[in-house]
Write a protein that binds this ligand. Sequence first.
Ligand code: TXA
Ligand code: MG
Length: 321
Amino acid sequence: MSSGEFVSNCTADSLAQAAQLLKDGGLVALPTETVYGLGADATNPSAVARVYKAKGRPADHPLIVHIHSMQSLGDWADEIPSYAISLARDFWPGPMTLVLKRTILAEDFVTGGQPTVGLRVPDHAVALALLSAFEKIGGKGIAAPSANRFGHVSPTTAKAVQEELGEYLETRDQILDGGPSTVGVESTIIDCTSDSPRILRPGAITIEMIEESTGLKVSTAETNIRVSGSLENHYAPNASVHLNRDPILGEGFIAMAQIETPSGVVRLASPTSIEEFARVIYSALRDADARHLNSVVVAEPAGDGLALAIRDRLMRASKGR
Ligand code: TXA
Ligand code: MG
């Protein structure tokens, strides 16, 4: 199979073309502020089936539906609690996915058979322009999981998408290049189906931000809701990932800039802030594989908020595949 067409110059024309491709059942990989997604028309069962196939993902894991604005929320979600409206007002477009009771538009093939649907308005000019062009021709939403093979590191550049999925795409499929993702870890997923919000996956929208927006206490209790990003063995490179120990000769090393590199160790990233840590972590893990390293040591960042999301992903990456 051949790889998808690479579109690096996202003009109005090329985005209108990409929107039409989605409408015709093709796949379009798109940039978002968190990570790149592999998009399909969320109402087209065969297009969505191709997303699962390209990712090698089990069919019972639900996809996030991306919409252009909260105006489209009612198309997909029912019985929306007022705290979810506050969250949407405060943080969309942005790195936040709301899990809500679904309408009939959200069919089993996109929700993994669950009675809920995950919705997000991404904060990226290319993604928003594509969503707007898609709406103009009658599109309702773009289902898009992270554009990586199941269990692998999420892509934060168009090149990483090409490396992950190129061989699983058809010639007509497209990969849109919108530059490196600025947040770098996946959206915060918030279950909004009970009286108060519950975090299913931590991200850049933090507990404090959610409590401030809603005036409610956030729960982080474990649930039996299926979130593949909450599986152990996820976000993993080929190299084995080790946390918070001294790296040895020939190992890769990722740590905040103030931590020195022991001699003989391959420094892969030296972020100077938590935000930068999030932005570079996945490309640094990919870099370890590109350099054929067998193992990478990460000195995890301390603190709450985004640091918590980074530690969540690293814990899973360290379990391997
Ligand atoms: O930042 C992101 O969220 C990125 C970008 C592309 O938007 N997308 C992303 O998609 O991370 P994915 O499929 O790799 O992870 C989505 C997670 C999965 O773990 C899935 O189980 C969960 O969202 N999810 C989706 N719909 C859900 C639902 N109705 N109930 C519970 N979890 C849901
Ligand atoms: Mg993913």
